[in-house]
Design a protein around this ligand. Structure first.
Ligand code: NAD
Ligand code: DAU
Length: 353
C-alpha cells in the first residue's frame, strides 16, 4: 500500500461512490472511510466492497477534535478527501445548528489536524475539499457560475459550505496547506437518500403517492450523474493544482417540473402504467423559503486543463437511476423503516444501535 487516503462521509450518497471508485481502481491505496453514520450514512451502500483488503471503515465524528486526532495518529493519512457534511437544504432551513457544527467546525477540525499532523512536510500530501455550486448563490435566467464568481450563499446549508470553503483557502494561504476545492452541481444516481428530489419522486411513484413540487416547479438545477462526479474527483485528486478551485457540472439544466414529467413518463413505461398516471401524482406545494431560482456550472476549466467531461447523458443516467431504485426495493425499504441503521451493528459489533 503506497498511500493512505482518509475519505470522510464515505457512507453517504456521493461518498460511497467515491469510496467504491478508489477501492476498486487503486488496490495500492489504503482507503479509510470515516463516517459518523448520521441518518444519511448507510453502510449498505458499500456491501459489495466492504471485505476488500484495501478498505477500512471507521466510525467517527469530525466535530470531535480528540477523536479525529487519535484517528490521524493511528492511520497516518497521506491525504484527505472531505465529503462529510450535512447536505440537505430543507433540513438546514428547519434547523441550521448541525450544519454549522458539522460543515464549518468539523471542516476546521480536519484542516487543523492535517496542518498539525503534516507539519513541516507537505510533500505528497493533499487536503481535497468537496463543495457545492450553491456557495455562489442563485442565477437569473442567463449566465453560469465560474470559479471566480463571488460567493453569495443564500441558505444556511450553502452558507455553512461557503464557510468551510473559506477555511480551506485560509489554511492554504496562511499555512501553505496543499488544498484543492471542487464545487459541483446537483448529483443524482443510485444510493441517494430519498429526501432529495429524484429519489423522493421515484419512491413516491413506486408507492402511488403525491410528488411534492415546490412553488411552480420553475426552479432550475444542473444535473450530473454521480459516477461522473466520482471520476472528476479522481482526476482532481491526482492532477488538480494545490491552491486551485475547480467547478464540476453536467451542462444539463432542467426545470424541476420538466424533469419530473420526464421521470414520470419513464416510470410509466417501465411499470406498465397507463400513460400519464404517474404525472397525475404531481402536486404543487408551498415553496421552499428563500428558494434559489437557478444553478448552472461553467466547467470549462476542468475540461480544458484536465480533459474531464460528463460521460453519462441525462436520458441514460435517469433511466439507470430509475431502474436501480426499481430493482433495489429492499434498500429503499430499509432506509424508510430505519432498518439500515442496524447494519453497522450486525456487521461490526453484533449489538443494538
Ligand atoms: P450525504 O448527506 O448523502 O452524506 C453525508 C455523509 O456525511 C453521511 O454518510 C453522514 O453520515 C456523514 N456525516 C455527517 N456528519 C458527519 C460528522 N459529523 N462526522 C462524520 N461524518 C458525518 O451527502 P452527499 O449528497 O453525498 O454529499 C457529499 C458531499 O458533497 C457534501 O459535502 C455535499 O455538500 C457535497 N455536494 C453534494 C452534492 C449533491 O448533489 N448531493 C452536490 C455538490 C456537492
Ligand atoms: O447544487 C448542489 C446541491 O444540490 C448540493 O450541494 C446539495 O447537497 C443537494 O441536496 C442539492 O441541493 P438542492 O436543494 O438543489 O436539491 P434537492 O434535491 O433538495 O432539490 C432539487 C430541486 O427540487 C430544488 O429546486 C427544490 C426542489 N424540490 C425538492 C424536494 C426535496 C421540490 O420541488 N420538491 C421536493 O420535495
Amino acid at each position: 500500500m503506497n498511500k493512505t487516503i482518509l475519505i470522510s462521509g464515505g457512507a453517504g450518497f456521493i461518498g460511497s461512490h467515491v469510496v467504491r471508485h478508489f477501492v476498486k481502481s487503486y488496490p495500492e491505496y489504503r482507503i479509510i472511510n470515516l463516517d459518523l453514520l448520521t441518518y444519511a450514512g448507510n453502510l449498505e451502500n458499500l456491501k459489495d466492497i466492504e471485505k476488500e483488503k484495501n478498505y477500512l471503515f471507521v466510525r467517527g465524528d469530525i466535530r470531535n477534535r480528540e477523536e479525529m486526532k487519535r484517528l490521524f495518529e493511528e492511520h497516518r493519512p497521506d491525504a484527505v478527501i472531505h465529503l462529510a457534511a450535512e447536505s440537505h437544504v430543507d433540513r438546514s432551513i428547519s434547523d441550521p445548528t448541525e450544519f454549522i457544527s458539522t460543515n464549518v467546525v468539523g471542516t476546521g477540525n480536519l484542516l487543523t489536524l492535517a496542518r498539525d499532523y503534516w507539519k513541516g512536510s507537505y510533500e505528497g500530501k493533499l487536503f481535497y475539499h468537496i463543495s457545492t455550486d450553491e456557495v455562489f448563490g442563485s442565477l437569473g435566467r442567463e449566465g453560469k457560475f465560474r470559479e471566480d464568481t463571488p460567493y453569495d450563499p443564500k441558505s444556511p446549508y450553502s452558507a455553512s459550505k461557503a464557510g468551510a470553503d473559506h477555511l480551506v483557502r485560509a489554511f492554504a494561504h496562511t499555512y501553505g496547506l496543499p488544498a484543492v476545492i471542487s464545487n459541483c452541481s446537483n448529483n443524482y444516481g443510485p444510493y441517494q437518500f430519498p429526501e432529495k428530489l429524484i429519489p423522493l419522486a421515484i419512491y413516491r411513484i413506486m408507492n402511488g403517492e403525491e410528488i411534492p413540487v415546490y412553488g411552480k416547479g420553475e426552479n432550475i438545477r444542473d444535473w450530473l450523474y454521480v459516477e461522473d462526479h466520482a471520476r472528476a474527483i479522481d482526476l482532481l485528486f491526482h492532477r488538480g493544482q494545490p491552491g486551485e478551485t475547480y467547478n464540476i457540472g453536467g451542462y444539463n439544466e432542467w426545470k424541476n417540473i420538466d424533469l419530473l414529467r420526464l421521470l414520470c413518463r419513464l416510470a410509466d413505461e417501465r411499470l406498465g402504467n397507463d400513460p400519464g398516471s404517474s404525472e397525475r401524482l404531481i402536486s404543487f406545494v408551498k415553496d421552499r423559503a428563500g428558494h434559489d431560482l437557478r444553478y448552472a456550472i461553467d466547467a470549462e476549466k476542468i475540461r480544458k486543463e484536465l480533459g474531464w467531461e460528463p460521460r453519462v447523458s441525462f436520458q441514460e443516467g435517469l433511466a439507470k437511476t430509475l431502474d436501480w431504485y426499481l430493482s433495489h426495493r429492499e434498500w429503499l425499504d430499509h432506509v424508510i423503516t430505519g432498518e439500515y441503521r442496524q447494519y453497522y451493528n450486525r456487521q461490526y459489533y453484533d449489538r443494538p444501535f
